[in-house]
Write a protein that binds this ligand. Structure first.
Ligand SMILES: C[S@@+](CC[C@H](N)C(=O)[O-])C[C@H]1O[C@@H](n2cnc3c(N)ncnc32)[C@H](O)[C@@H]1O
Length: 320
C-alpha cells in the first residue's frame, strides 16, 4: 500500500509538471514547506518586518479564555496547517486553567512542522494529540470522521493560511470546513489585513533575505526530490503587491534564457529571461471581508478581535 509520503511525492511531480506548463508558470505554495522551508518560515516569523505572528499570538493571549469558555468542557480541536504549534499551546494553556481536556488533531503537509508541533503539544498533560501528515482536505476528513459527536469541535486556521487561496477557492475551502462541523461548532480564522504597501513588501521581501531563501528553497527541493537542474543563481526572488486582486504575490524570476530538466516529471522546461514562476499568493482582507467569507460559508460571526497596529484580525465563527 502507498505510504502518505509516497503519495505526496507522486502528487508533487505531477503538480510541478502541470503547473510549469501553465502561463504564467506556477508552483503551489504548499510545496514551499519541506524541512528547510518550515525552518525558514519559523525564522520569518521572528523577523521584525513580519509582524503578523506576534500580533496573532497577542490576540490569542488576550482572548483564549473567551474561546475556551464558549467551547465548554473537553472539546476536540483541529488545527489546519499547524506549523510549529506555538499558537495552539496558548489556547491549550487557557483550557488547562479552566480544568478541561482536549483531543487535538494536528494537520500539516510538512513532516518537520508536524513533528515539532506534536512534541510541543505532547508535553501538555491535559491534551491528547493525533498527528496527520497530509493536506488540509485529507486531514480534515480523517479528523472529522473520528469525532466524538458529544464533543464541541473547534477548527483553527491561523497565520492567514486562508490567504493562500484565491477568492472562489477560499469560499469553497471554508464551506468544506463547515461541512465537517455540526451546528454550534466553531472556526477560529486568522486573517492578515490590507495595510500600507511598503509594510507588505518588507514583510515578503525582507532586508535579510530570509523570505528570498524561503522562496528559492522550492527550487532546491525540486532539484533534490525530483532530480531537477535548477541553477539557483539564475532565479531572483520577487514580491509584488497586486492592488486589483488585493494580494501579495511571490515570484521567482529567471535571470537568463535557460532550460531546466526535471527528471521525475519527465520534463524539460524553457525559461525566457525575465520570465516568472508564481510561487505564492497571500490575499489581504478588510475585516468585513473576513466576516462575509465565513457568513457565505454557513457560519455566524461570534467575535472579531483586531490588532490594528500590525493589521491582523482573528475571527471566531460559529457553525449555523
Ligand atoms: C504560513 S505557515 C503557518 C503556520 C501556522 N498556522 C502559523 O500560524 O504560524 C503554513 C503552514 O501550513 C502548512 N500547509 C500549507 N499548505 C498546506 C496544505 N495544503 N495542506 C496541509 N498543510 C499545509 C505548511 O506546511 C505550514 O506549516
Amino acid at each position: 500500500m502507498l505510504q502518505v509520503s509516497d503519495r505526496l511525492i507522486i502528487d508533487f511531480a505531477a503538480d510541478v509538471a502541470r503547473d510549469l506548463a501553465l502561463t504564467p508558470k506556477q508552483l503551489q505554495s504548499k510545496y514551499l514547506y519541506d524541512a528547510l522551508g518550515s525552518s525558514l518560515f519559523d525564522a520569518i516569523c521572528h523577523l521584525p518586518w513580519y509582524r503578523i505572528t506576534r500580533a496573532e499570538r497577542r490576540l490569542l493571549e488576550q482572548h483564549a479564555a473567551t474561546v475556551v469558555r464558549m467551547l465548554g468542557d473537553d472539546p476536540e480541536i483541529i488545527e489546519l496547517g499547524c506549523g510549529s504549534g506555538e499558537k495552539l499551546v496558548i489556547l491549550a494553556e487557557a483550557l488547562q486553567a479552566s480544568g478541561g481536556h482536549a483531543l487535538v488533531h494536528l494537520i500539516d503537509i510538512s513532516s518537520q512542522a508536524l513533528e515539532q508541533s506534536e512534541r510541543r503539544l505532547g508535553r501538555l498533560q491535559h491534551v491528547s494529540v493525533v498527528g496527520h501528515r497530509d493536506t488540509y482536505e485529507v486531514g480534515l476528513r480523517r479528523a472529522a470522521a473520528a469525532r466524538d459527536p458529544g464533543a464541541r469541535m473547534l477548527v483553527l486556521l491561523l497565520g492567514s493560511n486562508i490567504g493562500n487561496f484565491d477568492a472562489p477557492a477560499a469560499d469553497e475551502f471554508l464551506r468544506g470546513i463547515r461541512g465537517a462541523l455540526a451546528p454550534g461548532d466553531f472556526l477560529l480564522l486568522g486573517g492578515d489585513l490590507v495595510k500600507p504597501v511598503a509594510d507588505l513588501l518588507l514583510a515578503y521581501d525582507d532586508p535579510l533575505g530570509v523570505t528570498a531563501a524561503f522562496n528559492r528553497n522550492l527550487l532546491v527541493r525540486i532539484n533534490r526530490e525530483l532530480g531537477a537542474t535548477f541553477d539557483l543563481a539564475s532565479f531572483d526572488h520577487r514580491a509584488v503587491w497586486n492592488a486589483a486582486a488585493q494580494r501579495i504575490e511571490m515570484h521567482l524570476v529567471s535571470r537568463a534564457d535557460q532550460d531546466v530538466a526535471i527528471e521525475a516529471a519527465g520534463l524539460r522546461v524553457s525559461f525566457a529571461r525575465g520570465e516568472h514562476i508564481w510561487t505564492e499568493s497571500s490575499y489581504k482582507y478588510l475585516p468585513e471581508q473576513l466576516e462575509a467569507m465565513g457568513q457565505r460559508s454557513g457560519f455566524d460571526v461570534a467575535h472579531q478581535w483586531m490588532d490594528r497596529d500590525a493589521g491582523f484580525a482573528l475571527t471566531l465563527f460559529e457553525a449555523q
